[in-house]
Design a protein around this ligand. Structure first.
Ligand code: PLP
Length: 392
């Protein structure tokens, strides 16, 4: 069967691949420690679940307007205004089936064949593949490990060309955890404004920050930047709601309208019950976020120290999110382990620990280890990893 050129130029998400392998091994009864998934292990808070149950009992089970129910659009705007001092209006918001869906709609609304998109690396896998699907060209900007992978505006500036159409930022970053410092963010917004391009800022991990920094969003920069900043957000990580599939985009009304056109022929509205649950997540008590952050802080302390104590591994302290990104180059390059993918495969087969190879995220010397899993699993995983690396 001949497949379209469009789909042939993308690869399946490597995190989804690890997920599939893990599911298969678990079904076979293998005792695995799964440090692969990018999702909180916490249950969705009770008040949010309750709002969904109420929505079902109230028969809130029909199509909604494609861009999302007004109550949710207002809740998104209010929460963002409260957290980041932004001031969006309801024609500047689109409710999507997760942040991933927002990114996909956005890129397909903006990018034409040959357009260039600047993406700092390491990057979240979907950034690259979504650009390829739209026949755009990725201009990767490597960040520096010794600077904790923190992006600078001058790194972005050096990648600009007359074909640059979009800059894709993600802070805190998946997989490195790096947070782009506020001053650098502002300089990047200035660059975008001066050169007539757009900055997408993916804020999916914005509440998981270990730096004690004042939260900052490019959307707080005001009207002069309005046509140059687009925010993507999600309830997935913030409220432990990955399976509910609710995300959003905040940006210029013209762009939102274009994204809506795509959505109207694809998914239509986001699940009506999940939309009601998301309203409660955004307007209800926010205490669960701090509780999760407290737990991630404890786990981060444990896993980073543990990884650094394994001879041959060095691991930076992530600024945010919930991933460790250790450098394992010491073990690579031999004929036995040519690449980090081979290493991740061997760790899965021999140590029975699932991790994601860094080449999925654009670096060849790292593994991504999620600490969005219980301390018990983390401890078990570390024991297995220590044993495995000793044998190499
Ligand atoms: N952005 C980043 C950087 C992510 O890591 C993810 C999920 O892993 C998402 C967006 C999308 O999450 P969702 O589609 O569940 O909202």
């Amino acid at each position: 069967m001949k497949l379209s050129q469009r789909v042939s130029q993308i690869a399946i998400s490597s995190t989804a691949n690890v997920f599939a392998q893990v599911t298969q091994l678990k079904a076979e009864g293998v005792n695995l420690v799964d440090l692969g998934p990018g999702e909180p292990d916490f249950p969705t808070p009770e008040n949010i679940k309750h709002a969904a149950i109420q929505a079902i009992h109230a028969n809130f089970t029909r199509y909604t307007s494609t861009d999302g129910i007004m109550q949710l659009k207002e809740a998104i705007i209010q929460r963002h205004a409260q957290d980041f001092q932004s001031d969006f209006t309801t024609n500047e918001v689109l409710v999507t089936a997760g942040g991933k869906h927002a990114i996909f709609n956005l890129i397909n609304s903006l990018i034409e064949s040959g357009d260039e998109v600047i993406i700092p690396s390491p990057y979240w896998v979907t950034f690259r593949e979504a650009v390829h699907y739209a026949s755009g060209c990725c201009q990767f900007v490597p960040t520096t490990e010794s600077d904790n992978f923190r992006l600078t505006a001058s790194q972005i500036e050096s990648a600009f060309s007359p074909k640059t159409r979009l800059i894709m930022l993600n802070s805190p970053n998946n997989p490195s955890g790096a947070i782009i410092q506020t001053e650098e963010m502002k300089k990047i917004a200035d660059l975008a404004r001066c050169r007539g391009t757009i900055v997408l800022t993916d804020e999916c991990y914005c509440h998981f920050n270990y730096q004690d920094l004042k939260p900052f969003s490019l959307a707080s920069l005001g009207k002069a930047y309005r046509d140059h900043v687009v925010v993507v957000g999600s309830v997935s990580k913030t409220y432990a709601m990955t399976g509910w599939r609710v995300g959003f985009c905040l940006g210029p009304a013209k762009l939102i309208k274009a994204m809506l056109k795509i959505q109207s022929h694809c998914t239509s509205n986001v699940n009506s019950i999940a939309q009601k649950a998301a309203v409660e997540a955004l307007v209800g008590p926010q205490t669960s976020i701090l509780e999760m952050l407290g737990e991630y802080t404890r786990r981060r302390e444990f896993i980073i120290n543990a990884l650094n104590s394994i001879p041959g591994i060095t691991c930076n302290w992530p600024d945010g999110a919930f991933y460790a990104y250790p450098n394992v180059s010491h073990f690579l390059g031999s004929s036995r382990i040519p690449s980090v993918s081979d290493l991740a495969f061997r760790i899965l087969q021999e140590a029975r620990v699932a991790v994601v190879p860094g080449d999925a995220f654009g670096t060849k010397d790292h593994l991504r280890i999620s600490y969005a899993t219980s301390m018990e699993q983390l401890k078990k995983g570390v024991i297995r990893l220590e044993k495995f690396f000793k044998t190499l």
